[in-house]
Design a protein around this ligand. Structure first.
Ligand code: GDP
Ligand code: MG
Length: 208
């Protein structure tokens, strides 16, 4: 027989953080974006709208102590892959410039922060969101369907990529990011009737 895990570790409890960025609000895409996560079966357990501070954005991107190095190296590689010379050689200098541009972008207007819960919430939200650069994000994803930005344009204009949403990249990242943007009392524990159909072993309760 297969061993049953404890109910507390069921994947349906997984949570992820989504930020709906200033460009998405300006382009009236809030409803469309929320709809896409909602209709996949995920449960919205927290939502708020505010104008973030520079400090909050900097902290958000540097919660992972390796983020500066990893993102710097990744960005240098993306220059080299495109046959371009990176503007600076040191990965940490690259990240310093990126972070300046990110804070300028993310504090340019109101944003929404949301926490979504459900089976494989992190991976499902990343899949629906699409790859970082809208030029190459898959069709059918939020970034692939609703925006047209590219690193070619952002490099030329010295700004951040406008890709409408942020979504946590891993379960560990999600836990840190949720704690950064929300206090525990802001996360609502409640049942959604649809969860009975998504998760119940026998889908009982349909017949009267
Ligand atoms: P995400 O998780 O898909 O949002 O992307 P990352 O966490 O990898 O990157 C965070 C942010 O860093 C992105 O939204 C971009 O603004 C920036 N960034 C990441 N990779 C690159 C890159 O290769 N080139 C440039 N110019 N910016 C990048
Ligand atoms: Mg990321």
């Amino acid at each position: 027989m297969f061993k049953k895990n404890s109910p507390a570790t069921h994947p349906k409890h997984e949570r992820t953080l989504v930020l709906i960025k200033p460009d998405a609000i300006q382009r009236s895409l809030v409803g469309e974006i929320i709809r896409r996560y909602e209709r996949a079966g995920l449960k919205l357990v927290a939502l708020k709208m505010f104008v973030p501070t520079k400090e909050q954005i900097e902290q958000h991107y540097t919660l992972d102590p390796h983020w500066r190095r990893v993102t710097g190296e990744k960005t240098i590689k993306s220059y080299l892959d495109r046959g371009l010379e990176p503007p600076v050689k040191d990965p940490l200098d690259v990240t310093r410039i990126l972070l300046e541009r990110l804070t300028r972008y993310m504090t340019s207007g109101p944003i929404l922060a949301a926490v979504w819960q459900g089976a494989h919430a992190v991976a499902i939200v990343r899949k629906l969101t699409g790859g970082t650069e809208p030029l190459t994000s898959d069709v059918g994803t939020i970034r692939g369907d609703f925006v047209l930005d590219s690193y070619q344009m952002t490099d030329r204009d010295g700004r951040s990529i406008r890709n409408l949403v942020h979504a946590s990249g891993s379960i560990a990242e999600a836990e840190q990011e949720i704690a950064h943007w929300f206090s525990p009392t802001e996360l609502i524990n409640y049942r959604l009737v649809a969860e009975q159909i998504l998760y119940d072993v026998n889908m009982d309760g349909i017949f009267e």
